[in-house]
Design a protein around this ligand. Structure first.
Ligand SMILES: *Cc1c(COP(=O)(O)O)cnc(C)c1O
Length: 386
């Protein structure tokens, strides 16, 4: 892709349209069409995308009283999913996950919602459902709970872009369209990565879309495009969160490869891992539900009980195989939430997994030979453990 990407970067430099250049709008149109949504609003990163979406939906305001909005978040996710609701004045309530899909568990979620409903100072307001490691969350059940308890469903598709969920009536819904509002990230390690930070928000709601654009642009008056000074007319408090034109141009240059072969190729890599690792005793493999397609942001295994993760990582590292622990700590145990209501969570599955998960290298450009070799080396490292 080097030539295409280099050319895209040079074009932006030559045009000097560094902010809000034509590539930004083209990218938004391209991505909105891809996920089949009315609007895509690009922004500076996936974290801002979540905050902007929550602000646009009025989450965190709790009707202005002494109560706070409760936002339900899986206990096993990247920090942003819980950080964003907390920074805008809501209370994240961390909820347990399913052991083999790693995504939020609908039964645990309903239990947590019912508990919050008994508390005087919290109002159930939203669910941030994460497509963890590339697999869409249990969309139909979570959506049902959101309508039952009248909550916003916000999809954090930072890792899920490119995946889809097939409904029981056979409708394929892409990640990015599974929430009332959905967000994603173009951080380099995500399925569709740029060359720095980037993010986007997707919605079909024109009012929310306007608010998101305004908030991402210092609260400017987007409702009145005829206003000639609208860029300097600030009608609400927002932030500075635009996607650089250079990043948009890079994403546009990379996008055809993403849809044409990268998603299939990374699925081939994951399938080969699962085939090669399936007979190792005590090893847990990531499970993709039959009605889901994953974009495999990570291939995350669960080590056998008692195996020393650090030793295994060290052994693999000496062979030149990088591994990473996503995530070593459940959200409710993060120091940032110490002594808050958010630290109070009942998430035994998330706690167990934090001690056992290990993410192996996964991307569309890994060869079969490399995958087989990684599996052999992992097997050897495990044998020496037992
Ligand atoms: C990466 C990530 C984010 C944040 O995206 P940034 O672009 O790094 O801000 C949010 N949620 C999840 C689940 C992520 O993996």
């Amino acid at each position: 892709m080097k030539e295409k990407v280099d050319r895209a970067i040079s074009e932006v430099i030559a045009s000097a349209g560094f902010i809000a250049g034509e590539q930004v709008w083209k990218l938004e149109e391209t991505l909105a069409a891809y996920v089949d949504r009315k609007t895509c609003i690009s922004c500076a990163n996936g974290t801002d995308a979540i905050s902007i979406a929550l602000m646009a939906a009025g989450v965190g305001e709790a009707g202005g009283g002494s109560k706070k909005d409760a936002v339900f978040v899986p206990d096993f996710t990247f920090f942003s999913s819980g950080e964003c609701p907390a920074t805008i004045g809501a209370t994240p309530i961390f909820t347990d996950i399913n052991e083999s899909t790693y995504n939020i568990d609908p039964d645990a979620l309903e239990k947590a919602i019912k508990k919050v409903k008994t508390e005087d100072d919290l109002i159930p307001r939203a669910v941030i459902a994460v497509d963890l490691f590339g697999q869409p969350f249990d969309y139909e059940r979570i959506r049902e709970l959101c309508s039952k308890y009248d909550m916003l469903l916000l999809e954090d598709a930072a890792q899920g872009f490119g995946g889809y969920y097939m409904t029981s009536s056979g409708e394929k819904i892409k990640a990015g369209k599974l929430g009332g509002i959905s967000t994603t990230s173009f951080y380099p390690a995500k399925p569709l990565g740029c060359y720095g930070d980037g993010g986007a928000i997707f919605t079909d709601d024109a009012r929310i879309a306007d608010l998101c654009r305004s908030i991402a642009w210092h609260g400017k008056d987007t409702e009145n495009p005829a206003n000639p000074v609208s860029a300097y007319e600030n009608i609400r408090l927002g932030m500075n969160s635009r996607l650089d034109t250079i990043q948009a141009a890079i994403l546009l240059a990379k996008f055809p490869d993403f849809t044409e072969h990268e998603l299939d190729d990374v699925n081939h890599v994951a399938a080969l891992y699962s085939d090669r690792l399936k007979d190792i005793k005590g090893l847990g493999l990531p499970q993709v539900e039959k009605n889901c397609f994953s974009s495999w942001a990570q291939y995350t295994i669960r080590l056998p009980e008692g195996a020393d993760r650090r030793n295994i990582q060290q052994r693999l590292r000496t062979k030149g195989i990088p591994t990473q622990v996503y995530y070593f700590k459940p959200m409710h145990k993060q120091v940032a939430f110490k002594n808050t209501r958010s630290a109070d969570a009942d998430c035994p599955v998330a706690e167990k997994l934090c001690n056992r998960v290990l993410s192996l290298p996964v991307h569309p450009y890994l060869s079969d030979i490399e995958v087989k070799w990684i599996c052999e080396e992992l097997n050897k490292a495990l044998m020496e453990e037992i």
